[in-house]
Each structure stands twice: as structure tokens, then as C-alpha cells.
Design a protein around this ligand. Structure first.
Ligand code: NAD
Length: 422
């Protein structure tokens, strides 16, 4: 594809797929969206650190700046938030990294993040949440947190099937539900907003499969399906049922063990085959407390979209907050890495935000490319920098005697540590 307002690095090669396998050159072209708000600070800082770590391990990624949100409006015109060129660049190059993008609340354009995930069918949002030495946390034992959350990314109440109060459409839907579907529960008189919550067999099963495969490959003990199926029986409950079907029907019992009645019964007495991954169900509200009270009992979580959004942020808080929590979206031979946090507009453009989450999201991307040694180097360098007390404002105010660095100074410091470690 030819690009109009995007510069394509001439000395890079594309990541491709042959016979279902990713083919990764040493100099892959990687599209990057720096992002809105603090994206302008953390985007360049993360790119610098990622380049340094890649070079230190013998690779040379070629970054291709693409645009979304404010940067797209500046370049393409006031009403272009997500240019086709950006979507196509990510589709064509298979891997990409993005900073946060602002979503207006209540009105205005729909979330660009959600649009990207849906358009590219990036169906699994994966967030490894682990403790980094030296990071202040509100918990007594933050090091017990070592969870990976798999959040379904394309459906649920995020599918965008909703109608605004006061419109003809919403009244049509109300009428349909009341008259044709004989709904006799509570729908109050007067203006009302209505939405649909699609949860499909395809969406649920491929997400749970991805989580189970991850658990097997990474020697994890347990996959917990988190839903609110006692209340939303035909959506959330069905997610749990389909998920347990995957565990029960698609893997041998000695590899994956589908725990019977795990919602209501303790599993201590159940005889689980040695080395098998146990798959269990938990209700989302209870899970929010277990995550804090019995942190070390959980391993891999698989959830519908909304639960995944809430629970992964809550897990991120346990290890010290959003500034350090990484994530990535995966589809069929595709990966779009992005931090958990948003664009934090209050801190934008002041060279003060913490780029760690975006840097560690880059680590996930590199590991997806098979560059595990680069990923380890990034984690070690980040951890060592934070442990030495050189941190951005968000961590500095919580660590006695720490030295406050700006975003760019902090990135320089990590680059120096990479040089020392490599
Ligand atoms: P936010 O994550 O942007 O910020 C919440 C608070 O967390 C900030 O006020 C700040 O104190 C702290 N914080 C977050 N990231 C930080 C960092 N890197 N360094 C230091 N402190 C950091 O959440 P919000 O205020 O709810 O959302 C702001 C905007 O971001 C909204 O428009 C929202 O839609 C968008 N958002 C985008 C994404 C995404 O791009 N994937 C994710 C979440 C929110």
C-alpha cells in the first residue's frame, strides 16, 4: 500500500506470516502511535528505550510514525480521528505499538481504542500484572501479584450497540422489547438510554482458548473465568459455560482439568491431575475481593470485555498503579501493544508522566516477535532504575528519598542502565 501522509522507513522489512507462522526480520517496520495527552511525552521516551534495548541485543527495528486522535486531526483535518492509513499500516505490518488516546465522555466520537481493536479483530487484550522491585504499592505483599488477564476485546457492552435517550430509535427499541418480546421487568417511564450486550460462542471460546494455551505454554497452574453469570445468565453465564466447554472438550484431562461446580464449591478436595492446568469459574464481584485477599491463588484470568477492563485496572493498582501497567492486544498473527493507562490530560506535555507502562508494553511486543532476550533486558533495566530511586513524579512522591526525574531524563537513565547491563 502507498501512504500519503506517513513516512515509510525505507531500510526496514515487513513482519510476514508463512504457513501460519510469524516471520520476523532483524529490522522489522513497527508502526507507532505516540498518543494523545501524555502520549506526546511517553511515546518518544518509550521509543528511545525500546530502540536502545533492541540494538543492545542485535536488532534494529524501524519505527513508522502513524497518527490517531489529536495528531491525526492536526495532520489529516479536523474530522479525521482515525485515518485509514493508520489502520492499514497496522494491518499490513502485523505488529504495532500505541500510546493512549483520549475518548470524549457522553458525546463526540466513539473510542478510537475500541475501534482499532474491533476493526483489526484484536480479540484478546492481555495484561501481565507483576511486581517490579522498588515500586511503592498500597498492598502489604505486592510481590504476590503475578497475574495475566485475558480480556475479550470485540464484544459485550463495548460493541457500541446503543441508542441515545430522546431519539426515535431508542423508543422503537423500547417498544420492540416491551410489546414484541413481552418484557415485563423494570424500564422506567420517560427518557431512557438503551444498549445491547452481545456475547458470542465464537468470541468467548477463542478468548478462553487463548488464555488456556498461554497457561500451558507458560507453566501456569490455573485459568479463572471471571463473569457475573448469576445475574446476566444468558450473556455472562453463557461465557462461563462456553469457556468450561473449551476446557472440558478441547484438551486432554491430564493437560487441562475443568473444575466441576467451581462457582459454588471449594476445590481443595478435588483430585486434579498433576501438572494439569485447572480451569475454574468465579463471580466478578467476589473476584475483586479475592484478588486482594488471596492474591497468590490466582494466575491467569479470562473475562468478558467489561469485567476485564475493571479487573485489570484493579490488579494494576495492587502493584503500584497505572503508570507501570503494560498491555497488548492480540488477534490472528497480530499484536498491538498499548499501556493500560489513558492520556491523563492534566499531566500532558509537561515531560513528567511515567513512560514505564508503554516501555513494558513494548517488551510484550518484542517477546511476541520472539525477542525474549530484549524483553528481559528491558525489564531488568527498568527494575534497576526504579530500585536506584530514580523515578518520575508519580512514584517519587511515594518513595522516601527518591529523586524525581522528568519523562525524558528517566528514559535516558534507563538507556544508561541498558548499556551497563548489556
Ligand atoms: P488515565 O489513565 O489517563 O489517568 C488516570 C490518572 O492516573 C491520571 O490522572 C494520573 O494521575 C495517573 N496516570 C495515568 N497514567 C500515568 C502515567 N503514565 N504516569 C503518571 N501518572 C499516570 O485515566 P482517565 O483520566 O480515566 O482517562 C483520561 C483519558 O484517557 C480519557 O479520555 C480516556 O478515555 C482515555 N483512556 C484511554 C485509554 C487507551 O488509550 N487505551 C485507556 C484508558 C483511558
Amino acid at each position: 500500500m502507498s501512504y500519503d501522509k506517513v513516512e515509510v522507513p525505507e531500510d526496514g522489512e515487513k513482519v510476514t506470516v508463512e504457513d501460519g507462522e510469524l516471520q520476523v526480520p532483524g529490522n522489522p517496520v513497527i508502526p507507532i502511535i505516540h498518543g494523545d495527552g501524555i502520549g506526546q511525552d511517553v511515546g518518544p521516551a518509550a521509543q528511545q528505550v525500546l530502540q536502545k534495548a533492541a540494538e543492545a541485543t542485535g536488532r534494529d527495528p524501524k519505527w513508522m510514525r502513524v497518527y490517531a486522535g489529536q495528531s491525526a486531526r492536526d495532520r489529516y483535518g479536523e474530522d479525521v480521528n482515525l485515518p485509514d492509513e493508520t489502520v492499514e499500516a497496522i494491518r499490513e505490518h502485523r505488529v504495532a505499538i500505541k500510546g493512549p488516546l483520549t475518548t470524549p465522555v457522553g458525546a463526540g466520537y466513539r473510542s478510537l481504542n475500541v475501534a482499532l481493536r474491533q476493526t483489526l479483530d484484536l480479540y484478546a487484550n492481555v495484561r501481565p500484572t507483576y511486581y517490579l522491585d522498588g515500586v511503592p504499592s498500597p498492598m502489604k505483599a505486592p510481590e504476590e501479584m503475578d497475574m495475566v488477564t485475558f480480556r475479550e476485546n470485540t464484544e459485550d457492552v463495548y460493541a457500541g450497540i446503543e441508542w441515545e435517550a430522546g431519539t426515535e430509535e431508542v423508543e422503537k427499541v423500547r417498544e420492540f422489547v416491551e410489546d414484541e418480546m413481552d418484557f415485563d421487568g423494570v424500564m422506567h417511564e420517560g427518557p431512557i438510554g438503551l444498549g445491547l450486550k452481545p456475547i458470542s460462542e465464537k468470541g468467548s471460546k477463542r478468548l478462553v482458548r487463548e488464555a488456556i494455551d498461554y497457561a500451558i505454554e507458560n507453566d501456569r497452574d490455573k485459568v479463572t473465568l471471571v463473569h457475573k453469570g448469576n445475574i446476566m445468565k444468558f450473556t455472562e453465564g453463557q461465557f462461563g459455560t462456553w469457556g468450561m466447554e473449551v476446557a472440558d472438550e478441547e484438551y486432554p484431562d491430564d493437560e487441562v482439568f475443568a473444575a466441576p461446580d467451581s462457582l459454588w464449591e471449594e476445590q481443595d478436595e478435588v483430585d486434579i491431575p498433576e501438572d494439569a492446568v485447572m480451569v475454574e469459574e468465579r463471580l466478578a464481584d467476589a473476584m475483586l475481593q479475592w484478588m486482594q485477599l488471596r492474591t497468590d491463588e490466582f494466575d491467569v484470568l479470562a473475562m468478558p470485555n467489561l469485567n476485564g477492563d475493571y479487573l485489570s485496572d484493579a490488579a494494576g493498582a495492587q502493584i503500584g498503579g497505572l503508570g507501570i501497567a503494560p498491555g497488548a492486544n492480540f488477534g490472528e498473527n497480530r499484536c498491538l501493544a498499548e499501556p493500560v493507562h489513558g492520556s491523563a490530560p492534566k499531566r500532558a506535555g509537561q515531560d513528567m508522566a511515567n513512560p514505564t507502562a508503554l516501555i513494558l508494553s513494548g517488551r510484550l511486543l518484542f517477546e511476541y516477535l520472539g525477542w525474549d532476550d530484549t524483553g528481559t533486558l528491558i525489564r531488568d533495566a527498568v527494575e534497576e532504575t526504579i530500585s536506584s530511586g530514580k523515578v518520575t513524579y508519580d512514584l517519587e512522591r511515594q518513595i522516601e528519598g527518591a529523586e524525581k526525574l522528568g519523562t525524558s531524563e528517566y528514559a535516558d537513565e534507563i538507556c544508561e542502565t541498558i548499556e551497563e547491563l548489556a
